[in-house]
Design a protein around this ligand. Structure first.
Ligand code: C2E
Ligand code: CA
Ligand code: CA
Length: 837
């Protein structure tokens, strides 16, 4: 009878062991280590050949029982070692290792490191123990060994572009590569021989290094972060991979550290942490949601707030990226992804994108999502996290502001900025495509100021709104109407075939505007002057096209309103010339280029000189002598006529004073000075006149101010008080160019004028009966109102005789004298004889 025992398990374990022993021996044959094996069941042992080579024993001397080994362990070590290894075997450990002294054949002791592996069966019972003894006596490994391993690592590491530090077990630096020198800013000589501690940025890193060195002695490699201090003082964050440096004898002699600069990554992480803290803070106050995307796991953490912002509670939203992207408005999705990818790829310092997202209630919300990626040593992002802010309200206001910025508040039409934007596109298109042409219409509402002034701003606004609507109705759907400001509008006609298209539209607009408007209970008729610029002119810049259209509208207005003018290059030349004139005019006063000519005014009956009219001349540096017709309108437009007029007044009065001194018997001589409406609109004119009179010591009634009839009628209200105050000074007022304006004679009564000057036009055509009648009527009515009459442009004796017959008091014209210089005028005064019969 026998006892049946199941030894299947044990057989299998033995099988495994055998295999691993074979492997073990194979691997270690090349080494000089002393390998051993001990059967825990039978107590049998085994030694590899290494035990002979390592300790000098002959094959015969080596016995395989454990006693042989124990006899050779140093008496001071044996107890510790035996109990240590037995504790591991009896416990359930698998590894044991320790150092002790082992006696050589020659009686000397070698320092050894013994490492063992305990093999156990399924029940956990120890079956065999296998070990390897290495000689660590020569801890000071040979230089050649170091250099060899160094070289091996160096090439490896240099290729990786990483730093390399080799230290001994006390952390004394034995070698650093160029990368480390560059990273820390020290030359190699200054590092070798010193401990790594001297280069640490933080005290706590010392402890890390010490504990790592202990691990290293046990042959363990690992990775840890260290902060080094550069020579310049900054901190360099590194990731160190520490590997034991093993000498030729197999002993651990120090550490090989592969050093990676992770300062950048640290900085990002710090920034992220800071921003997270910031966001966490902000989240409490500003209602931000937070998200954190683990890119390796592709999982996103969404904060409760993040979910609540979309109308969901915590459980309703999982952690997939789709929870987010799946709700983003499809028009914004592409951009969101591109922006995020860009940041992950390292193209941007921060990730920031505004996008719409669908709320649980079906509405769209605008979210501003911000984030920051965290990167590993190679710069690859492994995490990205950030916040989500609801900016819906801001977006709505922003859109409103955008709209406001590009539209006119009153009419709702696009404004100048938007119009120019579109015009720029049209200009580009016209340059690219031969078959494309556009037209710009510049619209100036005629007499808008009149409505505004007389019916009030409310009515003015109403008028603009109504006109804007009519304009929009008059153009085709694709054409753009804009309000450029004030009473000026523009229309961009897209895709016209030629100029006639544009004029046709202009005609349609003018028709549309024709119908009367009802403003504040009154019927108001409005017209517009329209200027047209065509792309055929060949524009490079939108401003030029608009400017030319403006110029053309200006022409249209000048030609008598409610008209349309197409810009041509001649217009441009004129505009340029005008601009030049304006520039020259600005300098003319200080350069003393102005002068006055004087034309005598005579008593028709006697031919005696009763006074002179001062007429302005400009000695232009390049263009020679210019008459007032060539520059006074520009001077009026620019306001330059005001300072020029002051000069004229002062000079004319000074001249008269001089003549009166030279010819004491001519004390009744008067001086006529032309005054522009721009001067009359200045309330300080009477004060200035008074001052000039005082300077010249001239009686006010010797000064005759000539104001044209049109000015008095058109600006009646504005100039009334100034005229009254001039009258109070006792200055004489003459109505110039009488007959050309629209004033009825009865209107004359309302103005404090002393004399009328009949316009040259009537005098020159007095042979025609009709004109003679007009002149006769004017003179009769003037006399009836107690006004004197001066006839202008008297060129012939016949005219003089006719005027005398009509009892016209005074005459002025080439018949008597052309306008002449002050000296020539003095000569006329000296010559006592009458100028003409
Ligand atoms: P105005 O006040 O009607 O001046 C008379 C213009 O008629 C002068 O032209 C004069 O040379 C011209 N004239 C005089 N007699 C005859 C004649 O028999 N036949 C013809 N065909 N013409 C004659 P001028 O000097 O070219 O002045 C033109 C206008 O310029 C003046 O018209 C006046 O409105 C304006 N003007 C002249 N000087 C001044 C000034 O100092 N200030 C202002 N604001 N305007 C001035
Ligand atoms: Ca005059
Ligand atoms: Ca005149």
């Amino acid at each position: 009878l026998g006892i049946l025992v199941d030894i299947t398990e044990r057989k299998r374990a033995e099988e495994d062991l055998k295999k691993s022993r074979e492997r073990f021996q194979l691997v270690t044959r090349a080494t000089n280590d002393a390998l051993w094996e001990w059967d825990a069941v039978t107590g049998e042992g085994w030694w590899s050949e290494g035990v002979q080579t390592l300790f000098g024993y002959s094959a015969e001397e080596v016995r395989t029982d454990s006693e042989w080994w124990r006899e050779r362990v140093h008496p001071e070590d044996v107890e510790r070692i035996e109990s240590g290894i037995l504790a591991v075997i009896k416990g359930n450990g698998h590894h044991w290792s320790d150092e002790y002294r082992f006696r050589r054949a020659d009686g000397s002791y070698a320092h050894v490191l013994d490492r063992a592996h305990v093999a156990r069966d399924a029940a956990g019972k120890a079956i065999r123990v296998m070990g390897a003894i290495i000689d660590i006596t020569g801890r000071k490994r040979s230089d050649t060994a170091l250099r060899a391993s160094e070289r091996r690592y160096r090439t490896l590491v240099e290729e990786m572009n990483e730093g390399l530090i080799v230290t001994d077990l006390r952390e004394v630096i034995e070698f650093v590569n160029d990368r480390i020198c560059a990273l820390l800013g020290y030359p190699r000589e200054e590092m070798v021989g010193r401990t790594t501690f001297e280069f640490m940025a933080r005290a706590e890193d010392r402890e890390i290094v010490v504990s790592k060195a202990q691990l290293r002695e046990q042959g363990i490699s690992d990775r840890y972060e260290l902060a080094f201090r550069r020579r310049s003082g900054e901190t360099v964050w590194t990731l160190v991979s520490g590997t034991p440096l093993v000498d030729a004898g197999g002993a651990v002699a120090g550490t090989i550290g592969i050093v990676t600069d992770i300062t950048e990554r640290k900085r990002t992480e710090d920034a992220l942490r800071q921003s997270e803290e910031r966001y966490a803070l902000a989240a409490a106050g500003a209602n931000d949601g937070l998200w954190d995307w683990d890119l390796t796991k592709n999982e996103v953490y969404y904060s409760s707030r993040w979910k609540a912002m979309l109308g969901y509670d915590d459980a309703a939203i999982g952690n997939s990226p789709e929870e987010w992207f799946g709700r983003v408005h499809h028009d914004d999705l592409e951009w969101l992804k591109v922006t995020l990818d860009g940041h992950l790829a390292g193209a941007t310092a921060h990730f920031e994108a505004a996008h719409r997202i669908r709320h649980r209630d079906g509405t769209l919300r605008w979210m501003l999502t911000r984030g920051l990626a965290v990167r590993d040593a190679t710069g690859r992002a492994y995490r990205v996290a950030g916040s989500q802010t609801d900016i819906t309200e801001r977006k709505v206001t922003e859109q409103q502001l955008m709209h406001d910025a590009f539209h006119d508040a009153l009419t709702g039409l696009p404004n100048r900025a938007l119009f120019m934007d579109e015009l720029v596109h049209s200009v580009h298109r016209a340059k690219r495509r031969k078959d494309y042409a556009f037209a710009v219409l510049y619209l100036d509402v005629d007499r808008f100021k009149l409505v505004n002034d007389s019916l009030g701003h409310g009515a003015g606004d109403q008028m603009l709104v109504a006109l804007a609507r009519r304009l929009q109705e008059a153009v085709r759907p694709g054409d753009r109407v804009a309000r450029l400001g004030g009473d000026e509008f523009a229309v961009l006609l897209d895709d016209v075939t030629d100029g006639s298209d544009a004029t046709r539209v202009a005609g349609r607009i003018q028709e549309a505007l024709e119908a009367p408007l009802d403003l504040a209970g009154r019927e108001v008729f409005s017209t517009a002057s329209i200027g047209i610029a065509l792309s055929l002119t060949g524009y490079d810049r939108a401003e030029d096209a608009l400017r030319d259209a403006d110029l053309a509208s200006y022409r249209a207005k000048a030609q008598g309103r409610d008209r349309c003018e197409v810009f041509d290059l001649g217009m441009h030349a004129r505009a340029v010339a005008r601009l030049e004139l304006e520039t020259d005019l600005r300098r003319a006063l200080e350069r003393r280029e102005f002068g006055l000519d004087y034309q005598p005014i005579v008593a028709l009956e006697s031919g005696d000189i009763v006074g002179f009219e001062a007429l302005l001349r400009w000695r232009h540096p390049h263009r020679g002598l210019l008459g007032p017709g060539e520059f006074v309108p520009v001077a009026e437009d620019t306001g330059l006529i005001v300072p020029i007029g002051r000069w004229v007044l002062r000079e004319a009065c000074r001249q008269l004073c001089e003549w009166r001194r030279a010819f004491p018997d001519r004390s009744t001589l008067g001086i006529s000075v032309n005054v522009s409406f721009k001067q009359l609109l200045r309330v300080d004119l009477p004060q200035h006149v008074e001052q000039v009179l005082a300077e010249a010591e001239l009686q006010a009634r010797r000064l005759h101010l000539e104001v044209t009839e049109n000015v008095i009628m058109e600006h009646a209200e504005a100039v009334a008080s100034v005229l009254a105050r001039l009258k109070d000074l006792n200055v004489r007022l003459h109505m110039d160019d009488f007959g050309t304006g629209y004033s009825s004679l009865s209107n004359l009564r309302r103005f404090p004028v002393d004399a009328l000057k009949i316009d040259r036009l009537f005098v020159s055509r007095m042979e025609e009966a009709e004109n003679l009648e007009i002149v006769r009527t004017i003179i009769a009515l003037a006399h009836h109102l107690g006004l004197r009459v001066i006839a202008e442009g008297v060129e012939t004796g016949t005219q003089a005789a006719q005027l005398r017959a009509l009892e016209c008091e005074y005459g002025q014209g080439f018949l008597y004298s052309r306008p002449v210089s002050a000296e020539a005028a003095a000569a006329l005064l000296a010559n006592r004889s009458a100028l003409a019969p």
